[in-house]
Structures are given as C-alpha cells and as structure tokens.
Design a protein around this ligand. Sequence first.
Ligand code: SF4
Length: 351
Amino acid sequence: MNTDNKALSTSDYMERIMQIKADLGNQLVILTHHYQRKEIVDTGDHRGDSFALSQRAARDENARYIVFCGVHFMAESAAILAKKNQTVQIPDMNAGCWMSDMADVVLVERAWNDVTQIVGDKTVTPLVYMNSDAAIKAHCGRHNGAVCTSSNAPKAFEWALGRREKIFFFPDEHLGRNTAYKMGIPESDLLVWDPEKPLGGHDPAAIQKAKIFLWKGYCLVHTRFTTDQIKTMRKNFPESLIVVHPECTSDVVAQADAVGSTSFIVKFTADAPSGSTVVIGTEINLIKRLALEYPDKNILPLHDSFCPNMYKINLKNLLQCLEQIGKKNVVTIDKEIRADASVALENMLTL
Ligand code: SF4
C-alpha cells in the first residue's frame, strides 16, 4: 500500500519499513547519519559520520539499493562511489546543507583562477570538505586535490602539504583554521577568502605569502556555540568534560577539553567514566540519543543547536522512498562531474 497521503503511527511506519527491509534482505542498505533522530537511526543498517558512511557505501557491493538518511551532499558522495548496478536514494531531495550552499562552483572556480594566476598552478592543492556539492568535489579532482572530513582533515592537510606548499580549503573556514592550528600552522599563514570581494578581499602580496586559503563558509549549527556558554557550563558543572566539533569557532575549540568529529564525540562519550558529566557542542539529535544510550552519565548540550536539514528526513518520507525502491528520489550525478569528483573521493579513501 502506498503511503503518499496517509499519516500513520510511529509503530505502523516502523512495521512497514521493517517489512520492506526483510523482503529486500541484503539488496537494501539504509545508512543513517549521527544527526538523524532516533527513530530513523533505529531503522538503519549502519550509522556514522559522513566519512564512515561514505566508506561503507563504497564497500557494500551486495546492496542493489542504498538509501541515505542524511543531507544531499552525503547521498551525492555515496552515488559517486556507488557501483554501476547500485542506486542511491534520499528520502527528501530538499535536505540540503547551508554550509555546502556557501561554496558555489562559479565562485570557487573564479577564486581558484585568481589565486593560481598569482602563485602559479603548481603550488596549491585544493582540499574540499565532504560538506560540499559534487561540482566542488569535481573541481578538486580536476586539480589533483582530495575530499576530507572532520575525522581525517589533519591527515588530508599533511597529504596536501607533502605535495605542494599551499592549500585552498573549501568551504568551512573553521574546520580549516582548527586543523591548521592543530598542525602548528600559525594564524599569520592563513588567509580567509571572501568570495564576495575582489581577490577575496586581499592584495596580491598577501596572497603570495599565505600558506592556507580558507573559504569564508561556516555551519550555522556549530557556530552557535560560544565561549560564554562554556563558561556557564564550567561554573554549573565544574567537573564536566566539554567536547565540541571542529566546525565550531577556534575560540570555542580552545576552551573545550576535547575536539573531534561526530564519531570522535560518540567514542569520547562512550569512554567517559560512569557518573561523569559530558557537555557536548554539536547537533542536538546526536546529544539526545547519546543521553538515552548512556543513562549512567549526565550528558548535556552546550546549547540546543539543531540542523533543520537533517530533520527533513522522517519515517514518512523514508517509507515512501522504500515503497518506490530504486525509483523515488534517486540521486544522479552528471558523468563528467562524477568522474572528476571520484578522483577527489578516491584520494580521500586512500589517505
Ligand atoms: S549540521 Fe551544518 S554542516 Fe551539517 S548538514 Fe547541518 S548545516 Fe550542513
């Protein structure tokens, strides 16, 4: 029965989804990002951050159908890595990402041309965060760059700097800065590229001198965290451990006890001693789930910050997608973009 116009109870949705999963067996794999709400994660075969899920999508050769419960750029990456006989679907095509929208390919190519005309095209490696659309990944692939995620950004920086002296990092300024700091690269070597200004807002001498170009993009979910919130939490819970995501600003990162990707945050929480208070600066749905999973620990958000794009995936649109398996909301990628973007993604998988 098709559920296009019907609202069912949560248990009815779950029952139907589980029935379709049982019918399709290992032909179907459902991937769920850590920021999905609990009931979506409960339907999935694998959950993880975008890196773990893209590795999983690349490995799962048996699955004819991959349904990606996350945002569009993640499903695109799975589609780029998928085998010819696999289809990738996303329950809601409108589940986008603000950060990824901040790097438009026309602006990125213009910036790349501006920079390479000044420093030469053999001195810069483009690195692109997973949170970007396929056209930006393709741009990086065409220029022998790589994709990276918040799990492997330091490795990607090392890889890039081993090849060429400069990096152009898109589109998250904060992940780029936090990674550079972690590697001992000082602020004086960084240059923030504002795509709305001529030459990114700099003169040619500053561009010559810079080592890392950081695209002026950010995640609204992670830049909502502030040092004042950390101060309040430390005052209210002096023994707490505070862990934040590297898309937070560098002042927040500097005052936290630990920083890392969503997978790191999950492990950090799991490893915290029973009875401890863990304060987390990332998307609220992950924090709520961790609080349910570890009732012996006091798990608190640094601040309630929620990603409405991730939240667009729900049981209804997931079921609709499964009822039209291989047909509804299939994510397709232009052939040339796919070829170029897979160079950058394969470079990431071999890091
Ligand atoms: S949390 Fe931020 S980076 Fe992640 S999907 Fe939402 S808007 Fe994009």
